[in-house]
Design a protein around this ligand. Structure first.
Ligand code: THU
Length: 161
């Protein structure tokens, strides 16, 4: 029997103002997108903004549904939009922010497991890591240099060969 230790690395910033200006701008776009979330059931609004290598910024927000599983998270709305409309572009960075209508969200809100898996697919596709910054409405911001830091042991296309 052999034990394997998996290490991941994250950076934590005390406030958004510590981030480089272009990341603050991207987070600002995510905040704007967040406000347009359609979240009548959870009252939990999430916004995501992607920086593409081509210069475009793509945003998304969560879209809920009365048939709950039919809704989609902000991160996947954004990444699928990028995949559909800018299939050749490399996604360099993603900014994520969440706000609840019921309580203050001061803890950085990471993407859910399904979104991590969806994001991992695009890292494999583009052969380049995506930096991910996530926060609540206020407070600390966490940075991951790659989806792999949020989801070690991704299931990727190598298992299908
Ligand atoms: N949500 C996201 O948009 N992204 C996540 O990574 C976590 C959860 C949404 C889904 C649902 O509309 C609401 O937040 C509550 O789960």
């Amino acid at each position: 029997m052999k034990k394997i230790k998996i290490e991941t690395h994250l950076e934590v910033f005390d406030t958004v103002s510590e981030l480089p200006q272009e990341i603050q701008d991207l987070m600002n776009k995510a905040q704007q997108a967040r406000e347009n979330a359609y979240a009548p059931y959870s009252h939990f609004k999430v916004g995501a903004a992607l920086q593409l290598s081509t210069g475009e910024i793509i945003t998304g927000n969560n879209q809920e549904n009365a048939a709950f599983p039919s809704g989609l998270c902000a991160e996947r709305v954004a990444i699928f939009h990028a995949g559909a409309n800018f299939p050749e572009a490399v996604i360099s960075t993603m900014a994520i922010t969440a706000r609840s209508l019921n309580h203050p969200v001061t803890t950085p809100t990471p993407p859910c497991g399904a979104c991590r898996q969806a994001l991992a697919e695009y890292e494999v596709k583009q052969k380049a890591p995506i930096s991910i910054y996530f926060m609540g409405e206020t407070g600390k911001v966490v940075k991951a240099n790659s989806v792999k830091d949020l989801l070690p042991l991704i299931f990727d296309n190598s298992y299908l060969k």
